[in-house]
Design a protein around this ligand. Sequence first.
Ligand code: ADP
Ligand code: MG
Length: 627
Amino acid sequence: MSRIHLLSPRLANQIAAGEVVERPASVVKELLENSVDAGATKVDVDVEQGGVKLLRIRDNGSGIEKDDLPLALSRHATSKIQALEDLEAVGSLGFRGEALASISSVSRLTLTSRRADQDNAWQVQTEGRDMEAQVEPAAHPQGTTVEVKDLFFNTPARRKFLKTEKTEFRHLDEVVKRLALSRFDVAFQLRHNGKVIHQLRQADSELEQERRVASICGSAFIDNALKADVIAEASGLRLWGWVGLPTFSRSQADLQYFFVNGRMIRDKVVTHAVRQAYADVLYHGRHPAYVLYLELDPALVDVNVHPTKHEVRFRESRLVHDFLFRTLHRLIADMRPEDQMVDEASPALEQSLQSSVQPQQQNFEQGRMALRPSAPASGSSYSGGYSQQSYTSSNPSAGQVREQISGYAALHPTDDQAPSLPVQSLAQDEGEECSPMGYAVAQLHGVYILAENAHGLVVVDMHAAHERIVYERMKQSYEQDVVRSQPLLVPMSLAVSEREADCAEEQAETFKRLGFELARMGEEALVVRQVPVSLAKGNVEQLIRDVLADMLVYGESKRVQQHINELLATMACHGAVRANRQLTIPEMNALLRDMEQTERSGQCNHGRPTWSQMTMTDLDKLFMRGQ
Ligand code: ADP
Ligand code: MG
């Protein structure tokens, strides 16, 4: 072992760079954040060879004082915080004061800047082990340009980890997209090897913002998303943005953008809350798409958790989880067929045809949530799974539903008690507004209902649609009653951790509402005496453990409800009207009316679409009318 010595500034910075500078994309992230923090309204990014050869970021922000230039390139130097207290409510994206120092220790970096009150611009570079700053005069308009050449030229180990130019550029592009989604008030341009990749103007109006979202996430996303804006008065939390329709799900979790106070983050509390909100409507293994912004008091979120600041810690994660879940759950439940219909007659559509973005707005819930009608749910290629089945015409009462559930759990299916289509004949002249799904004209091969509405033809998968209606009704009647529970023959004891036992004790009321009776039996033990009838046959121990784990992490658990819902869904599927059953016109109309009234009626219980619209324009195109 040799003697202890201080590391040279360059080496210390190179070590620090290991944490924040992984690849060209991380450099772009840091530099873009600096531009945004400097109040820039326009940022241009120029990239050569995936960013490895050259990265140039130019902004029109505040610029840097000549005398501060050397400091900007030194470690632990920042203009953004002064004291520890400032960390409690960080308003800027940066605050660690080490990005420029780190980047310049592993590349050839030049920083050129000019403040509005200075006559000319200055440029700084660092040299040698001590990273001594060299300041020279330069020509530059107000703002700052950072040029980073030959990234990792002096750290070959890092260089080896770089992927192909294409891959590096893809990462970098993703960073630009995130920043562009986080700040609509800033114009962004990205060029790669001289070619313009993104050209995004400032987006002030909602239409312009949607246009930006469309150009980043694809216009299919914006066409299949609802705009939301909800404020929780009490806690001061605000959630706004675009929520993808369940039918616009993805095979990857690649269209999920979540910003907390303008910072893109990945957080398990957030992910969990969103997944729960979509739980009942998403096809198995699919991922929802969303671009969402959460705004809250900066004091309620700790951003100093990770060097790259991709993670945050909510001081009140239960509150945040609850707010997110409730808001999104409500929003998804309230999606109605008419929200998905394009209003052909509206001037907004003509506008949207030019812009490929649909700007039309509708308000509901006292105007606090804004819903934008989007394109109709796309058709699915679902086939099969139909069987011929008869059913009786009894509507389920709450008690009956419960019996069916316990009956089902006890492996005595009572399918013959399944509900039928209610026939409430509705006069056709009640007006279009209340019948967005239109009126039945025919049934196709016993599978589809064809209906005529204001826009053209509506095709409904009658089994899928009825299944959802029955399911929602069963859930409702189930919820209206208390959960019936049954005592276990032999009380079950459960070894748990002290934290879990504390939690179980605290949440005894919640468990009781869910139909469990459990008590603490010591430091690290619980005893279970009663369980919900419907779950008596299941793995109760695992369920309770999972519920406790959820409660500890997220403050609540939806697992019991989910298990019950799964049972209800299976029953609904059996209870729903089968294919190859002839329906009368009034029966079909009753189903259409029910769809308009029912929560989540756009998807069946498995997340498949239940209906699709073919507008007159679609049909005209098909027959080349008017061309
Ligand atoms: P941090 O952003 O954490 O403060 P950086 O190393 O990224 O640390 O930047 C150091 C300082 O340099 C910043 O605090 C800021 O004062 C200044 N700075 C960096 N980039 C810019 C820019 N584009 N415009 C104006 N000032 C900048
Ligand atoms: Mg910074």
